[in-house]
Design a protein around this ligand. Structure first.
Ligand SMILES: NC(=O)c1ccc[n+]([C@@H]2O[C@H](COP(=O)([O-])OP(=O)(O)OC[C@H]3O[C@@H](n4cnc5c(N)ncnc54)[C@H](OP(=O)(O)O)[C@@H]3O)[C@@H](O)[C@H]2O)c1
Length: 303
């Protein structure tokens, strides 16, 4: 096939919609070892395709722009002077948002947003029906964003945390606070007797049987750290059509959502609470602090 041409429809720059699509002839691509060459019979158009053309998915970045970026999840790269990031997951950072405030958003902030808006169907303009939410480990990196976002969505928020963070979480808007070191806290029972529509479960080691009596009829536990037990329960509850369920969550970063959160920070509606800031040359301290599991907000490494 090498050297032969095929018909294709392409666009060569951002913007212009359908009028800017061009019918051209281009060389038939050569597959690499792990790829196959397809003779196309049908394809479909997804909104993602034309959004890419609008440039919404790839901002026009200039050298020197301040940005917030989701670095390769699992591949890391942030503990270094330079890092490579996908343009599709890199968005501009306005001057009102500091580097440290921005640094908390990519995984922790996006996870909290996804858990609340996609899994718990909270509308952040507050137009959804009132929802009772429990957030476990609300003082942590994910939890402290979840509390603020849930309040933007007019939810009634109960949290679990250690005694030292009770006032901090009330200041972020929590309506009811449970100390996880007390019997009531360990049982997750709402002080006002409310049952939860959703639990944003940011800690580990709590069996579903503890959540179950505290859930409303259709209550769901959104588990951010799903282990084998969660997966088994999830499958079992699906097969038995249980109304109360535990649902695993894995963050799927999206640039629009990152932009949305940056805007909330810029407008003063969302805060990144910084537990501690460590210079890169002392990255070990930040690592230890995170392993220790007692951060209040986000642990930041500055370069
Ligand atoms: N699914 C995903 O895509 C995804 C994405 C991001 C994170 N995660 C997971 O989400 C979990 C939370 O992450 P994170 O960054 O928020 O953790 P974190 O910042 O390390 O959480 C620390 C906080 O948890 C509190 N805590 C510890 N045990 C607790 C308990 N039994 N009850 C109530 N509070 C407790 C601590 O309070 P004290 O100091 O008072 O003990 C501390 O304030 C982690 O397991 C992480 O792996 C998942």
């Amino acid at each position: 096939m090498a050297g032969r041409l095929m018909r294709a429809v392409v666009y060569e720059g951002y913007g212009g919609g359908a009028a800017k699509l061009k019918h051209v002839e281009v060389p038939i691509p050569s597959p690499r070892k792990d790829e196959v060459l397809l003779k196309m019979e049908a394809t479909s158009v997804n909104p993602f395709d034309w959004k890419m053309q609008t440039g919404r998915m790839r901002e026009n970045l200039k050298v020197g722009d301040k940005v917030v970026s989701v670095l390769s999840y699992g591949g890391g790269g942030g503990f270094s002077e330079y890092a490579v990031a996908s343009k599709d997951l890199t968005v501009k950072r306005p001057p009102e948002v500091s580097a440290a405030e921005g640094a908390g958003l990519p995984i922790a902030g996006l996870t909290a947003l996804q858990a609340l808006t996609d899994s718990a169907r909270i509308k952040l303009d507050g137009t959804a029906k009132p929802t009772n939410i429990l957030i476990t480990a609300a003082s942590g990196g994910v939890g402290h964003y979840a509390v603020q976002l849930a309040k933007l969505g007019n939810a009634h928020v109960t949290v679990t945390c250690g005694a030292r963070n009770a006032d901090f979480l009330k200041s972020l808007g929590a309506d009811e606070v449970l100390n996880y070191n007390t019997a009531q806290g360990a049982a997750l029972t709402s002080p006002s007797g409310k049952k939860y529509d959703y639990v944003i479960h940011c800690t580990t080691g709590i069996p579903f049987s503890t959540f179950e009596p505290n859930l409303n009829r259709n209550g769901k536990v959104i588990d951010l750290t799903p282990g084998p037990r969660t997966m088994l329960n999830f499958v079992f509850q699906k097969f038995t059509f249980s109304k109360k369920q535990i649902v695993p969550l894995l963050v799927m970063p999206k640039s629009e959502k990152l932009e949305y959160m940056i805007e909330l920070v810029k407008e003063g509606k969302l805060k990144t609470i910084i537990d501690s800031t460590h210079p890169l040359k002392k990255a070990e301290d930040a690592w230890e602090k995170s392993i220790d599991g007692h951060a209040t907000g986000k642990i930041i490494v500055e370069h």
